[in-house]
Design a protein around this ligand. Structure first.
Ligand SMILES: [Mg+2]
Length: 439
């Protein structure tokens, strides 16, 4: 944020002169996850670094009116990322300011506020994200590779290597940027891929997550393709998840790791999970933020044999059929978020719910080691995830912990998302005609 000692000493004009940057892309992510930017010539960056680039906030997905004064996007110099595919441009994540104050409901600010709340407890959040995406035709209606038709296409070597040029261009870029990428694969749906880079502190991962989406789309476009993170672009295929791996640290000590060989996670880790389980239906409003998201969770079995998405609010060990998986006892994986999750609001909401779990010593309930897809009906009382966006928005509306910990975000988000839901329901669909015309 403005005045951050870590970044005060970074002089963007000087960096531009040394590195050959001609333009800076001052970028912010709005409430719906859309990235907005101004392209600023290097000669003007010194003033922008100080005061920010001006925007009309109402023109983007923020809770503002046309009468509001200028919104200023103040770039965080620590986030400077030179575009590997266009090295004359430097991308910068920005924080939003208005009337000399941070915009409290702006996603990057919401995340910083939650990180500060964790820091008060001596805790640092670290995250790693698994961004699944499809490579489609430019109009987004078909998988781009017509030969990619296996019923079980996960890890398909042949299909992966047919997309070698685009996948390795993205991976090479991550290596250049120092993200330490370590694997790329074909995922469980035809045309679907996943690329993994090393976890880091949550704000660094959030900026990288935002940039990764921009980069994957840009490099795919260069190759005549389209990269989409849409949660469920094809009804019969596995959707795009955005599983997130979570750990909390006190200095160099992992605070969620088991303290004794007999324990599964630390008490703090269990309480954090307890918080996620307590607020899961409300979290869905932020982690599954679109109408389309609910076609991924609660979905019928896909052609590959499994959706790999959760249906119930349960936790387990190394088992991918539950909402929370604890793979190795040093972190946990939340499998709820999808490709539409906002890179900043996702970790912010998770941290808010988890800190509530710690504050209230919430019990996550029993660990379940069954296959939830086939034996889920045998579990009594397991909470179900919301069936649609409206249900999750209502759950968020009623969620005291998230409202208390994100008091500016929740009403702003609900206002915009309920308007979006109403716009969706105003559409008369062919399905309605087919099922109701002869009523
Ligand atoms: Mg995956």
């Amino acid at each position: 944020m403005l005045g951050d000692e870590r970044t005060m000493s970074i002089d963007l004009a000087e960096i531009a002169a040394k590195s050959g940057i001609k333009y800076f892309l001052i970028s912010y992510t709005d409430l719906f996850g859309t990235q907005r930017a101004k392209l600023v010539p290097a000669a003007a960056i010194a003033g922008m670094q100080k005061s920010g680039a001006g925007f009309a906030g109402f023109a983007t997905w923020l809770d503002m009116t046309p009468a509001d004064p200028d919104l200023f996007a103040v770039p965080d110099p620590a986030s400077l990322t030179i575009l590997p595919w266009k090295p004359s441009v430097g991308w910068l994540a920005a924080d939003l300011w208005m009337d000399g104050k941070p915009v409290a409901h702006a996603p990057r600010t919401v995340l910083k506020t939650q990180l500060a709340a964790a820091a008060e407890l001596g805790l640092t959040l670290k995250t790693g994200v698994e961004c699944e995406f499809f490579l489609t035709t430019p109009d987004g209606t078909l998988v781009s590779d017509s030969a990619d038709t296996q019923v079980k296409p996960c890890y398909d070597q042949q299909a992966l290597m047919r997309r070698y040029d685009v996948i390795t261009e993205i991976c090479d870029a991550m290596q250049t940027l120092g993200w330490r990428p370590y694997q790329n694969d074909h995922e469980d749906a035809n045309g679907q891929f996943e690329m993994n880079w090393l976890y880091d502190e949550a704000l660094i991962t959030a900026d990288r997550h935002a940039f990764f989406k921009y980069m994957a789309k840009s490099i795919a476009e260069k190759h005549g393709l389209r990269a989409t993170f849409m949660p469920k672009p094809f009804a019969n295929l596995t959707g795009n998840g955005c599983h997130i791996h979570i750990s909390l640290w006190r200095g160099d000590t992992n605070a969620v790791a088991a303290t004794q060989a007999s324990d599964f996670l630390s008490q703090l880790g269990l309480n954090f999970i307890g918080g996620l389980i307590h607020s899961a239906d409300a979290l869905a409003a932020l982690l599954n933020p679109t109408v389309n998201s609910y076609k991924r969770i609660n979905a019928p079995r896909t052609v590959s044999g499994a959706t790999w998405a959760p249906n119930t609010v349960t936790w387990t060990g190394n088992n991918r059929t539950h909402m929370i998986r604890v793979p190795e006892g040093d972190r946990f994986e939340l499998r709820l978020p999808d490709g539409a999750a906002n890179p900043y609001l996702m970790p912010a909401a998770i941290l808010a719910a988890g800190l509530d779990g710690i504050a209230e010593a919430r019990d996550p309930g029993p660990r379940l080691d069954i296959n939830m897809y086939t034996e889920g009906h045998t579990v009594e009382g397991a909470k179900k995830l919301p069936l649609n966006l409206l249900d999750s928005l209502r759950a968020l509306d009623a969620c005291a912990p998230l409202r208390a910990r994100m008091p500016e975000l929740v009403p702003a988000y609900l206002k915009l998302k309920l308007a979006e839901w109403n716009s969706y329901t105003a559409h008369l669909t062919q399905w309605e005609r087919d099922t109701t015309l002869d009523c």
